[in-house]
Design a protein around this ligand. Structure first.
Ligand code: 2AM
Ligand code: CA
Ligand code: CA
Ligand code: CA
Length: 263
């Protein structure tokens, strides 16, 4: 069956708009906050509420489609066959709780492991990053250009400071070298937003050793449309089913970044 990806995107944008309004309103109330894997890994009642809201809308409109979400949906998914909606209800929960900005709703529709629809909505900036496979990537309805190559010495690299100081963290030394050779680094605390910043040229490269599919799926559809180099450290395609290293950036620059990680 020929799917209407554009219609899916239009519906999803409306649902995310509604979810964004709920998130903004929730900042006026006191939130129930819990921890997950460690004391710094936060989750709020809103993470669950937004995932359930989107899951309900998808199930109603597209009952045959599977859903993978960070909090609850699709924990039993072990293959990428057919259509899967991939949701991160709040990417940047720490920012949502502490800073009340720089958090996003990320949604993607993948078919047989290929990204068809990508949406990342930066809720407080009211910025939309959207893409349809083969139809280009957009920032607030303005089409994004293809990424041009860059040198590391003139590149702004998205990387988390916590990973480079601790020798127990794999690749800490290599990541320090990347930081040293770059023009500068930035960390915004939402992988989905950071990857969209790569897609629109605000960042030149992004390095993360522990990204889950829901963190990158929405942004990946944009990244492919602008010709970003997306890979693991050994230049493979990142897994759609497991957490792992995710590198994305300008063509040419990423060869250098991978080379340094492997040195
Ligand atoms: P999250 O807010 O959806 O959990 C923060 O640096 C970035 O890393 C966010 O995109 C965050 O997504 C992600 N992340 C993934 N696993 C995390 C964890 N265990 N603790 C904190 N952030 C995590
Ligand atoms: Ca989380
Ligand atoms: Ca996330
Ligand atoms: Ca999340």
């Amino acid at each position: 069956m020929e799917e209407n990806w554009s219609a899916m995107q239009e519906k999803a944008v409306q649902w995310i708009q509604e979810a964004g309004e709920l998130l903004r309103a929730s900042l006026e109330e006191s939130l129930v906050i819990e921890t997950k894997s460690n004391p710094n890994d936060l989750v709020t009642e809103m993470d669950f509420k937004i995932e359930r809201l989107l899951t309900k809308k998808i199930n109603k409109e597209y009952p045959g489609h599977r859903i993978l979400g960070e909090e609850e949906a699709g924990a039993d998914i072990t293959d990428t066959d057919n259509i899967i909606w991939i949701i991160d209800p709040i990417d940047g929960t720490t920012n949502f709780v502490h800073q009340q900005f720089n958090f996003a709703i990320s949604l993607a529709v993948f078919e047989n492991g290929i990204g068809k629809v990508g949406i990342v909505y930066d809720v407080m900036a009211d910025e939309w990053f959207t893409a349809l496979e083969g139809k280009g990537a957009y920032h607030n309805n303005v089409k994004l250009s293809k990424l041009k190559p860059a040198e590391l010495k003139e590149a702004i690299v998205g990387i988390n400071a916590r990973w480079i100081k601790n020798e127990k963290i794999p690749y800490a030394r290599q990541m320090r070298n990347i930081v040293d050779e770059s023009r500068s680094t930035r960390a915004y605390g939402s992988a989905a937003i950071e990857l969209c910043y790569v897609a629109c040229g605000r960042l030149d490269s992004y390095v993360n050793l522990w990204l889950a599919p829901w963190d990158f799926a929405g942004a990946e559809v944009l990244l492919r449309e602008v010709g970003a180099d997306i890979s693991t450290i050994d230049n493979k395609r990142p897994s759609m089913l497991e957490k792992g290293p995710y590198l994305a950036g300008r063509p040419g620059l990423q060869e250098k970044v991978r080379g340094m990680l492997n040195s």
